[in-house]
Design a protein around this ligand. Structure first.
Ligand code: GLU
Length: 474
């Protein structure tokens, strides 16, 4: 049976040694989409075999990030370390069938071997010294590792969905260790056994694993297992084409959520478009992505981050998002900005204001920033540019508009008529009156429409803020 004829099973196999990186999230997304597109399964395997570097907080961060992105996995996540005895079982099976052998070389011997190779400018690889030797020649009870008896002749070709055909001469691959002398499996063995036992048909992962694939195939073939289809995806690069690093901006998925105010659907859309495309479609929501995603559409050259694109995509999803949801997502950012918790009344007010704020915002922080004027306590702390609008003619117009507003009904029409009246009387455009009015009401030079601001703040609060500024001006 070839893997191609079986239903698709993909997996994401992160090592929990740190936060969920956006590169990892994109790999997970590709796997998730391919499974959903084909009606197959998407599995999650936590590769926690490196006991020194794997941590529980990293596991939580990965699961949390995946859930936030909506990359739901089928069944329970698999923990690799828990399967160590199964990995060892496969190593001993290979040993029994002559596809692996015990190597009793000591650390000193191996160091010496490498030293000689280095001196002779030869590639450094295990020289197979125990490959054909009788284990009985080893000292009684001596520690050993189990090595794969790799093919030495011919070549191995991988038909990679992304990279195309990639060929390596088998003589370049040495007899790698499968089981260490303490009986623990190597990463290379664990990956292969787990992929097999989980029924993985498609291994889609970073192209930093392409070299591993040739070695892993050696184990797969020795076990006579079906070979998965590989897709090795180029890593994400920064906007300057260099390897992605901290200086290109946030790398952790949770920073996009907690520090940048990005919506998960926007991050998914953005990550999908890095290195994968469908014509010039930029805005591709989840359903559309499931419909059109194809692994072979992943480009061979590294995709780049693009801050502007992220902002545009995020702005789009903010405008499309439900106001209630945006309120809940924005409230913590507002609380942070105003330095106190939001009360139920605050939340209601925020909810009413979202529709006026969201056309302009490219992230939740901007949404929060636009809303904070509602919750600031009087007298407002004023931006310098806002204060400048309250000088000279601004002060006169502010006085006039305050008088006009204090005697009108608090409806859009009446407010509109009153402000227009002041502008006409003074022989200036509406904007000239709106500027100092906005400055006095919000402490800022930008805000939602001025009548929306008046209505959201209400009569009492609006008039009080206006008189605060009049008092200062006098
Ligand atoms: N655990 C590996 C990593 O985080 C991935 C292994 C694989 O996908 O085969 O890089």
């Amino acid at each position: 049976m070839t893997a191609a004829s079986a239903p698709v099973v993909t997996r994401f196999a992160p090592s929990p040694t740190g936060f969920l990186h956006i590169g990892g999230a994109r790999t997970a997304l590709f796997n998730w989409l391919w499974a959903r597109h084909t009606g197959g399964k998407f599995l999650l395997r936590i590769e926690d075999t490196d006991r020194a570097r794997s941590t529980q907080p990293a596991i939580e961060a990965i699961l949390d990030g995946m859930r936030w992105l909506g990359l739901d996995w089928d069944g329970d996540e698999i923990y690799q370390f828990a399967r160590a005895s199964r990995h060892a079982e496969v190593a001993f099976d290979l040993l029994e069938r002559g596809h692996a052998y015990k190597c009793f070389a000591t650390a000193e011997e191996l160091a010496e071997m490498r030293e000689q190779q280095r001196a002779a400018k030869l590639p450094m690889r295990y020289d197979g010294r125990w490959r054909n030797r009788d284990p009985k020649e080893a000292p009684e009870g001596a520690p050993f590792v189990v090595r794969l008896k790799a093919e030495t002749e011919g070549e191995t070709t991988i038909r990679d969905l992304v990279q195309g055909d990639v060929t390596v001469r088998n003589s370049e691959l040495d007899d790698m260790v499968l089981l260490r002398s303490d009986g623990t499996p190597t990463y290379m063995l664990a990956v292969v056994v787990d992929d097999h036992d989980m029924g993985i048909t498609h291994v889609i992962r970073g192209d930093d694993h392409l070299n591993n694939a040739f070695r892993q195939l050696g184990i797969i073939r020795a076990m006579n297992w079906p070979e998965p289809i590989y897709g090795h995806v180029p890593l994400i690069h920064g906007d300057d084409g260099q390897k992605l690093s901290k200086r290109h901006g946030a790398l952790a998925v949770d920073a996009y959520r907690d520090e940048m105010g990005i919506l998960p659907e926007a991050l998914n859309n953005y990550l999908l478009r890095i290195g994968w495309g469908h014509g010039d479609e930029e805005l591709i929501d989840r359903d559309r992505a499931i419909e059109i995603f194809d692994v072979s559409g992943i480009g061979r050259s590294p995709g780049r981050t693009d801050r502007k694109k992220l902002e545009n995509v995020n702005g789009h999803y903010i405008r499309a998002a439900d106001d209630r949801r945006l309120t809940d997502l924005t409230a913590p950012f507002v609380a942070q900005k105003i330095g106190r918790d939001m009360t139920a009344t605050d939340i209601n007010l925020l909810h009413r204001s979202i529709e006026f704020l969201k056309p302009r915002a490219k992230d939740l922080l901007e949404l929060a920033e636009g809303a904070t004027f509602l919750f600031r306590t009087r007298p407002l702390d004023m931006e310098e540019r806002a204060l400048a609008l309250l000088e000279g003619q601004g002060a006169q117009l502010l006085a006039a508009v305050t008088t006009a507003l204090s005697s009108v009904e608090w409806t859009n029409e009446a407010l509109d008529a009153a402000v227009r009246g002041v502008a006409e009387e003074a022989g200036v455009g509406l904007g000239k009156v709106a500027q100092p009015l906005r400055a006095a009401l919000t402490g800022r030079t930008t805000s939602p429409g001025i009548f929306d601001v008046l209505l959201l703040l209400g009569r009492e609060e609006s008039l009080a803020r206006l008189s605060d500024q009049l008092a200062t001006a006098n």
